[in-house]
Design a protein around this ligand. Structure first.
Ligand code: SAH
Length: 212
């Protein structure tokens, strides 16, 4: 990676993650090594490592680095785990999951973004299966999943996603009304029980329910 971006990426981990509550070395390593500037447009590359979300086109955004790290850490991932992401967007979060050695499946509602992310992930050798589809349906052919990460906000927890979680599996998901503050929740499935923990107020783009 260009020297400049390497410095920025290091600084991002030191100043935005280590000074806050992120603790996992695996997450630090992934955030340090996955080159975030490759997932934004050329003209925004110099801002790629800043402490904020960024536009990725079609009204969508790539999350702030801290939020990516926080959500990833909460899932307590290990290599080989099967993980479903809803809301591929730029493909950056999927690249982080792939870097951690997970088997990654990711669904994006917008065709252009799905195609772009698929191309970009492959070009940089991140192994993730990208599907153009509606995340409310999950990915039944590949279920069950050890973990599900939802990076757009629905106003309720989609039933199909709970169904597609393994027993003992975890899902992290922002839930709340469109254009208001949402609550990031950690869901753990234990047999018939679904345990819900509220973590953080967040702001994500809406998870749109649309047949495609
Ligand atoms: N994880 C992404 C950022 C996600 S932004 C990254 O790392 O860049 C949220 C994405 O969710 C947007 O691209 C949006 O188009 C998508 N989205 C919204 N509703 C969706 C749905 N029902 N199913 C799948 N993707 C959806």
């Amino acid at each position: 990676m260009a020297q400049n971006f390497e410095i920025l990426s290091n600084k991002m981990v030191e100043e935005q993650l280590k000074t806050r509550d992120i603790k996992s070395d695996a997450v630090f390593e992934a955030m340090n090594n996955v080159q975030r500037h490759l997932f934004v447009s050329k003209k925004l590359q110099n801002y790629a490592y800043s402490d904020s979300p960024l536009p990725i086109g079609m009204g969508q955004t790539i999350s702030q680095p801290y939020i990516v790290a926080f959500m990833t850490e909460q899932l307590e991932l290990a290599p080989g785990m099967k993980v479903l992401e809803i809301g591929t967007g730029s493909g950056y979060q999927a690249a982080i999951l792939a870097y951690l050695g997970c088997e990654v499946y990711t669904i994006e509602l917008l065709k252009e973004l799905a195609a772009e992310a698929k191309k970009n992930l492959a070009a940089h050798n991140f192994n993730a299966k990208v599907k153009h589809g509606n995340g409310y349906m999950g990915w039944s052919e590949e279920a069950p999943f050890d973990a599900i990460i939802v990076t757009a906000a629905p106003d309720y927890i989609p039933e199909k996603l709970i169904e597609q979680l393994k027993d003992g599996g975890k899902m992290i998901i922002p839930v709340g009304e469109v254009h208001s503050v949402q609550l990031l929740k950690l869901i753990t499935k234990k047999g018939e029980k679904v345990i819900e923990k509220n973590l953080l107020p967040v702001r994500f783009v809406p998870m749109v329910d649309k047949t495609i």
